[in-house]
Write a protein that binds this ligand. Sequence first.
Ligand code: PXP
Length: 248
Amino acid sequence: MASGKLRLGVNIDHVATVRNARGSAWPDPLRAALLAEAAGADGITAHLREDRRHIRDADMEALAVGLGIPLNFECAATDEMQAFALRLKPHAVCLVPERREERTTEGGLDVAGDEARLATYIAPLRDAGCRVSMFIGHDARQIEASARIGAAVVELHTGHYSDLHAEGRLAEAEAELAALRDGARLAASLGLEVHAGHGLTYENVAPIAAIPEVMELNIGHFLIGEAIFLGLEAAIEKMRRRMDEARV
Ligand code: PXP
């Protein structure tokens, strides 16, 4: 069984999605982040997409100044985002693949296929003191490449597991879970800190939270949706309990 407290990073992108739907100033992502902090979140994640569809530059700046807990700045590995991150100096920078036409981050980053460029790309971020994280699938090639380029963290993409679980394809979800467990073990053995996230809910979080090498989960869309029914603090507290129960 797993041991040690698992950190919960709350992704507040979709507070900005709701705000932007009406072009107004509310709901305010910083206010949500501060509530999340009060509810026991260990960190806040926000994704500044190239198309600024939810989080905007000013949101990131407000989060960097206003938060008392670590900020995980999620972005694509572009020059624009590197410059932004170097100015902001967040606690962590999580690199993700990004395609304009996708609804959300669909797959993991191809670190192995872009190894030399990514090694050069992350060097100044590391020098600036940011913990650099690679959002990848569980395959060994990507994990080993992430270790070689000097990333501090890999975040394993749980989207496929979550989809299989939601579709009731439980045998396939179990196989995906086994692969995530193997990936987490390999990553930790290479000295990488292991995080996980995407598509996690009250129903599917326990087996991921129970993976002993996983130190942090990043959860967004479900929690922001659940906040409609429970309120944000209660929604986060309930997730926190599910995670802690799985961790015992
Ligand atoms: N981690 C990463 C790297 C992500 O890109 C996302 C989605 O923005 C999440 C975690 C959170 O996923 P979800 O919103 O499905 O909980």
